[in-house]
Design a protein around this ligand. Structure first.
Ligand code: T46
Length: 138
């Protein structure tokens, strides 16, 4: 494989008190092992929609469903597909490089926030499944 590949479910520590809860995510830390260069969020999704359907070459990302829930379907090209349900803001999914991922089963009002290690760069995307399989096999 010429590119990295990593996937890990993370639990963040919540700061809770009588007023409610708070999660802090800092770049270059144990829970976010990269410098954060971009943040984007997906919301108001069409019922039944499936997004993603791609992998990245080098990008590192931390996905957190900060409201509602959704499922991230991850495929490392090893014949096993893993569904990760993000259903609480203290849970995150770290993805790096060659992990083919779909986002689906968005609940009504779901907001999926993503922290990324780099600015948007379409050339980092692999949107063709056959190309992904070739890269994994390399
Ligand atoms: C990913 C999953 C989890 C930008 O202009 N800037 C950006 O930073 C992003 C993320 C997207 N865009 C544009 C590119 C497309 O014209 O927004 C449009 C929708 O992007 P895309 O179809 O790639 O969205 P998703 O939801 O399929 O994938 C996104 C991220 O693109 C991707 O990196 O890992 O969320």
């Amino acid at each position: 494989m010429n590119y990295p590949q990593a996937m890990q479910v993370l639990n963040f520590s919540e700061k809770g008190d009588a007023r409610g809860r708070l999660v802090a995510l800092e770049g270059s830390s144990a829970v976010c092992p990269f410098e954060i260069k971009r943040c984007y969020y997906i919301y108001d999704t069409t019922p039944g929609t499936v997004r993603g359907k791609h992998a990245h070459r080098r990008l590192k990302q931390l996905l957190v469903c900060v409201s509602g829930s959704c499922t991230i379907r991850c495929d490392r090209g090893n014949g096993q597909v893993e569904d990760v349900v993000l259903d609480w803001p203290d849970k995150g999914l770290y993805l790096e490089g060659l992990v083919w991922h779909d986002m689906l089963h968005f609940s009504k009002g779901a907001v999926l926030m993503v922290l990324a290690s780099d600015h948007y760069d379409e050339s980092d995307y692999i949107r063709d499944r056959a190309e992904f399989d070739r890269e994994v096999a390399r």
